[in-house]
Design a protein around this ligand. Structure first.
Ligand code: NAG
Ligand code: NAG
Ligand code: NAG
Length: 424
């Protein structure tokens, strides 16, 4: 007598539970998994990956824009990489890149560099056999050795490496000045690390003059500054929000993640002169206060907060940038393991060197896209994810980037250092 209703109730309950299970599963699938399933295939064209291309309808003609690349190679006894690695990377830079190059190196490497360069234009300056001979760093060996002793990353840093890094703004400026005295004037000059073309590439006339003109136009529009006054720096991460109240006298900004990329930066000759002066003014000031100045990128970060109005960038890790149509699957970085995880640019090679792609012309960008997508097809990492071609990102002003970290009300800190009275 009691059985029947119980059976009915339990059957109904089971049915309801089952339906509920289906409904919840469908909802979960939709919310969690559905997002990861690639959308219905649509044949994408290269143009889709240019969607974030900036303002100007098409790249203007280079209009005779003259570009100089400045670089150096000072081998260190204690280095993260072997001499053979550097030789391969140097060749990968000097042999294919046709842009005028000014290269600082030690006397023993001159022949190798000449051989790699062949008939392409280069000025080799071997008057410094150590970065400590570079004027703003003369006599700093002892101070840098003391700094190294307190460096948390002492295991892979050395006083010589700090000097190689901190010599860059001076060497860039000095090369531009030296060539100017010889009657060779450039519209833009860039620092480019000698070891920064590591993987196979298709760059030749790089950075492309038309593209450089275009991004400077855009930078000018974003910042309201004249093109001549703009400094370009690729950015990796943004500054931690904890630096919101950072002040000039607090010293270089050692962010939790790398912000400025020290391997490439530049601008017009007058901006380069300004940057060199500013960099050593702060370097000397911080050193006089016994603040750690071993890492150039930390000093660059401080300059970003002090002079954001003059700086524009492309921010690699911008998660707010439109993800569609590209997601996942960047190549593991040779610079920092794990860097590629969580990026949304598509197959763009090593994320650290995204700016190389960003500053090349459209034809080369497409060639690089093909190269990377072919490489990606052979990679096992995240094999289930879709491989998408490398996406273009928009230029950003430093002010916008910093306000993303610090809030819209953030204002640059007070500047009191008298730069004109210091070095140079
Ligand atoms: C090309 O260069 C000339 C001379 O410097 C300049 O007057 C002109 O505005 C430039 N044109 C473009 C499109 O940039
Ligand atoms: C090498 O560079 C330094 C600094 O830029 C400069 O003073 C010197 O004249 C250059 N030497 C040669 C031989 O080019
Ligand atoms: C900064 O230094 C220059 C050159 O020594 C001097 O003319 C100027 O008055 C100084 N400015 C301030 C604010 O101290």
């Amino acid at each position: 007598m009691f059985d029947r209703p119980t059976v009915t109730t339990s059957t109904t309950r089971k049915a309801i539970r089952f339906l509920l299970f289906i409904a919840v599963s469908a909802l979960l699938y939709y919310l969690l998994i559905g997002d990861l399933v690639p959308p219905a295939p649509r044949r994408m064209t290269m143009d889709d990956f240019e969607a974030a291309e900036m303002g100007l309808p098409s790249a203007p003609q280079s209009n005779g824009t003259r570009i100089l690349i400045v670089s150096s190679m000072f081998p260190l006894a204690k280095s993260k990489h072997s001499k053979e690695d550097y030789a391969v990377w140097l060749k990968n830079f000097l042999a294919p890149i046709t842009t005028d190059i000014y290269m600082y190196t030690t006397p023993d490497l001159v022949d190798m560099i000449k051989q790699f360069r062949g008939n392409l234009p280069i000025t080799i300056n071997s008057s410094y056999s150590s970065p400590f001979e570079v004027p703003p760093l003369r006599g700093l060996e002892k101070a840098y050795t003391r700094m190294n002793d307190v460096d948390k990353e002492k295991w892979h840093h050395s006083p010589g490496l700090y000097a190689v890094w901190n010599a860059k703004p001076f060497l860039l400026h000095s090369a531009v000045q030296f060539l100017e005295e010889q009657g060779k004037v450039y519209d833009y000059a860039f620092w480019n690390d000698g070891g920064s073309f590591r993987a196979e590439h298709r760059y030749t006339n790089w950075p492309d003059p038309g593209r450089v003109q275009q991004v400077w136009e855009e930078g000018s529009r974003l910042t309201g500054m004249e093109k001549e006054n703009l400094l370009y720096f690729p950015l990796f991460e943004t500054v931690d929000s904890t630096f919101k109240d950072w002040q000039e006298n607090m010293g270089p900004i050692a962010n939790s993640g790398q912000v400025s990329e020290g391997s490439f930066f530049g601008g017009s000759p007058s901006t380069i002169a300004w940057f060199s002066k500013t960099f050593y003014a702060y370097h000397d000031y911080y050193l006089s206060q016994w603040l750690f100045v071993g890492i150039d990128q930390d000093i660059f970060n401080a300059i970003f907060l002090l002079f954001p109005e003059r700086i524009f960038t492309v921010w690699m890790k911008d998660q707010k940038a439109p993800k569609s149509p590209v997601h996942h699957g960047m190549t593991p970085s040779k610079i920092i393991p794990g860097l590629h995880l969580g990026y949304y640019n598509g197959e763009c090679g090593d994320p650290w060197f995204y700016y190389q792609f960003w500053l090349s012309d459209r034809k080369t960008r497409d060639e690089m896209r093909k190269l990377w997508i072919e490489e990606a097809q052979w990679r096992r990492l995240r094999w289930w994810t879709e491989r998408r071609m490398c996406q273009m990102k928009k230029a950003k002003s430093m002010m916008d980037i910093l306000k993303t970290s610090f809030g819209v009300d953030w204002k640059p800190p007070q500047r009191s250092l008298n730069i004109s009275s210091l070095f140079q």
